[in-house]
Design a protein around this ligand. Structure first.
Ligand code: GDP
Length: 213
């Protein structure tokens, strides 16, 4: 790490372990908060480990609620970080759930797409992908949607503790190859485990640098 990177990691760690508060839940765009602070959004398939990752990043047990029924939560949840507030984390509704009624899928798409396209303070999106599964077609659809917005995204592999190092390397290489074909995707992945704390320090620092970008 360079001295600048070390400084960034230190600041990020301090920020994420300080004030984090749930702000509001927006089931529709009219409920969005004022665009007062930079935002970082998190998206991924249902059950990818999104709530666990947000909780682990902010070192809280249950600020983001782990979903009981996959695909049930259809809101954008906003959290404020810092005292005074420095930025917001946006927990986006999961996708890819089997057997969801068309109406639910359409509502999801309209909410997510309109948010991503029009949200001025949105700095970056984190696309979470399960280490065991790699990219699924629903992730590819999401990447297409993200490519169409002006916002860059980082791909974050989750639950890395659940697979062997050799299998992880293979998935990582495959996802990286595909990511390179997407102009808005960062070519380098983040590999994380909320359970073991793997990759969290680096991701916090990356988020802080995104905020300051
Ligand atoms: P969400 O639906 O994307 O919010 O996913 P959750 O955070 O609710 O996680 C789904 C399931 O995966 C839960 O049973 C979690 O305990 C589990 N999980 C999440 N992250 C990890 C991880 O890093 N390692 C392991 N082993 N399990 C995880």
């Amino acid at each position: 790490m360079t001295p600048q990177e070390e400084q960034l990691a230190k600041e990020a760690s301090k920020l994420f372990s300080g004030r984090v508060e749930f702000l509001l839940s927006a089931p529709q765009l009219k409920h969005l908060p004022e665009p007062d602070y930079p935002e970082i959004a998190f998206c991924g398939r249902s059950n990818v480990g999104k709530s666990s990752l947000i909780n682990a990043l902010v070192q809280r047990k249950a600020i983001a609620r782990t979903s009981v029924t996959p695909g049930r939560t259809q809101e954008l949840n906003f959290f404020e970080v810092g005292d005074p507030t420095q930025f917001r984390l946006v927990d986006m509704p999961g996708y890819g759930f089997a057997k969801a009624p068309l109406k639910v899928v359409e509502k999801w798409r309209s909410l997510v797409q309109t948010f991503l396209r029009g949200r001025v303070p949105l700095k970056r999106t984190m696309l979470l992908v399960d280490s065991r599964h790699g990219l699924k077609d629903s992730d590819r659809d999401m990447m297409k949607m993200l490519d169409e917005t002006a916002v860059g995204y980082r791909i974050v592999l989750t639950k890395a503790d659940k697979i062997k190092a050799s299998a992880l390397d293979a998935v990582r290489a495959k996802v990286e190859t595909e990511a390179r074909k997407h102009p808005a995707a960062y070519p380098q992945l983040h590999v994380t485990s909320s359970e073991k704390g793997m990759g969290l320090e680096e991701l916090r620092a990356a988020i802080l640098s995104d905020i300051r970008d």
